[in-house]
Design a protein around this ligand. Structure first.
Ligand code: SF4
Length: 88
């Protein structure tokens, strides 16, 4: 079975640099109301800080890894779903 992963995105600390949306526009979209990135398909799991999560499979791992690595404030983190191990 394909491995599954989870993105945990701390939207509160996003500074709106837009790098994630440039790298992976299918999943990161800039929200013009507050200039922060929205995680397409993600669900909000907290309010303070506002945290968004989405589960995904191996096919998206590379694109999500790249978008996490270019984020200047490191608010995008990836975990293996089954083990909880942090990937980045
Ligand atoms: S790269 Fe980071 S700081 Fe920039 S918009 Fe995306 S999440 Fe926000």
């Amino acid at each position: 079975m394909a491995k599954k992963y989870k993105i945990v995105y701390n939207r509160t600390d996003c500074i709106g640099a837009g790098a994630c949306a440039t790298i992976y526009s299918q999943r990161w979209v800039m929200n013009s109301s507050d200039d922060r990135a929205d995680l397409v398909g993600g669900k909000k799991v907290g309010s303070d800080p506002e945290t968004w999560e989405v589960e995904f499979t191996e096919e998206e791992l590379q694109s999500f890894l790249e978008s996490a690595k270019v984020c200047p404030v490191e608010v995008i983190h990836i975990y293996e779903l089954e083990t909880g191990k942090k990937v980045c």
